[in-house]
Design a protein around this ligand. Structure first.
Ligand code: GLC
Ligand code: MG
Length: 423
């Protein structure tokens, strides 16, 4: 939260499964469109918050499987765990709030008396969350009876049904909506309430997100019955909540446009983006654009034309240097020259490239130092490098684009290298 000096332009608070992440698309098209848009246009002055039902264990697993960006804030276990930054530092203040009228032992004891409830895996049982499976037709009745019993036992809980199968029992003060309200309160105290907040979800545990004041909301096209029903009963006439006609992350992008929250054209949507000309220098955009080129080039989704190689040479310094993640130093022009050999090398294969946490810093009047993570998904395997690039606007016009002067990469944890390495 300390990263931004003032209010975020936009804070996106998104659910993961079936909202940010589409489990039915192995090509991950919509999330990759979102990623490119976020890194090119929002990362530097906005906040990305993931709010998931998953425990830290299952959340980390999902990150390995899908091309997910790194959020600024992670809310896990249905709003019972809030963490900040890459290091995922827990918010201790939030935990205190949740202890009110909560006793996990009593919850477990009473729930065990319901044969309709099946316990979820051990990883999903958290200090302030007890989770079960229950059939749709039994859900309402079980929720009603269990909640009466828990009140009698002196607890104040919230029971939430999601995805037509999951039943979570949480402290009354917990949940995705309460966690968002708490974040808003903290940010307000620091004088940094975001200019706009967009909540995005698909299932029952997301409903609360749409009840927080001054929040725009999008239910993605593929939203679950229980969420649509909640909306019909409670928020039908609220113009700040829409049901998108696009699925998952594409629905989020649609909502950004609908509510006019900022740019909503992903670089991945612009057919001629490689030849597009800007009227100002934009290092984050240049980085996103270059790695999109690298993906499309290797997948042979753009023409095998010398024109692209020539353009790249034109925007890289003849004395420019690339230090690859193996520690080998090469000339930038040599590396670009060798790109010819890898045209189509990933054709027809599952192969995706994206950049994460693109942070440009202007270090003098015509030089930017851009720090980011470059990631690739090759089939089931993800690998990545911390990358630092120096880009210069010396002797060029914005329409020509910035000049790449220096690129340096270092393997990220767990990445040991692919066969061929190209920037
Ligand atoms: C995630 C969690 C699960 C929870 C569900 C709905 O799938 O892993 O424990 O019940 O979200 O909130
Ligand atoms: Mg979901």
């Amino acid at each position: 939260m300390d990263r931004l000096k003032s209010s975020a332009r936009l804070m996106i608070v998104s659910d993961l499964d079936h909202t940010m992440v589409d489990h039915h698309d192995p090509e991950n098209r919509s999330i990759l469109r979102f990623n490119a848009l976020w890194e090119a246009k929002y990362r530097h002055d906005s906040l990305l918050v993931f709010s998931t039902g998953r425990s830290p264990t299952l959340y980390k697993q999902l990150r390995k499987e899908k091309p997910m960006l790194t959020p600024d804030i992670t809310i896990m276990s249905v709003g019972t765990e809030i963490t900040y930054g890459n290091a995922m530092v827990p918010d201790e203040g939030w935990v205190d709030v949740l202890n009110n009228k909560w006793d996990k032992k009593i919850v477990a004891e009473e729930a065990s008396k319901f044969p309709e409830l099946t316990l979820q895996s051990e990883t999903e049982q958290r200090p302030h969350k007890a989770s079960f499976y229950v059939k749709k037709e039994k859900a309402q009745e079980v929720m009603k009876n269990l909640s009466e019993i828990l009140i009698k036992r002196g607890l104040d809980v919230k029971i939430i049904y999601s995805g037509g199968m999951d039943l979570d029992i949480l402290p009354q003060g917990a949940g995705k909506g309460q966690a968002l309200a708490y974040l808003h309160k903290r940010l307000t105290a620091e004088g940094k309430l975001p200019q706009n907040t967009l909540a995005c979800g698909d299932s029952g545990n997301d409903a609360e997100l749409f009840t927080i004041p001054d929040v725009h909301g999008v239910m993605v096209k593929n939203a679950q019955e229980e969420l649509l029903q909640w909306h019909a009963e409670n928020a039908k006439n609220n113009p700040k909540i829409i049901h998108a006609d696009e699925t998952c992350a594409a629905g989020i992008i649609q909502a950004i446009g609908y509510f006019k929250l900022g740019p909503n054209k992903s670089p991945r949507d612009l057919p001629d983006f490689l030849d597009s000309k800007l009227d100002h220098f934009d290092p984050a955009y240049e980085v996103v654009k270059f790695y999109l080129f690298l993906e499309m080039w290797q997948r042979a989704e753009i023409e095998n034309s010398q024109h692209f190689i020539d353009n790249l040479k034109a925007v890289s310094s003849p004395s420019g240097v690339f230090i690859n993640p193996f520690g080998v130093e090469q000339s930038l022009h040599d590396v670009i020259g060798k790109l010819k050999d890898c045209y189509g090398s990933k054709k027809g294969k599952q192969y995706q490239v994206w950049v994460d946490q693109v942070f440009p810093a202007q270090i003098d009047s015509d030089t930017w130092l851009v720090k980011f993570k470059k990631l690739e998904q090759i089939g089931e395997v993800q690998q990545g490098c911390y990358t630092t690039a120096i880009l210069s606007s010396k002797d060029v016009k914005p329409s020509q684009g910035l000049t790449w002067v220096h690129v340096h990469q270092t393997w990220m944890e767990g990445s040991t290298g692919g066969n061929n390495w190209y920037l």
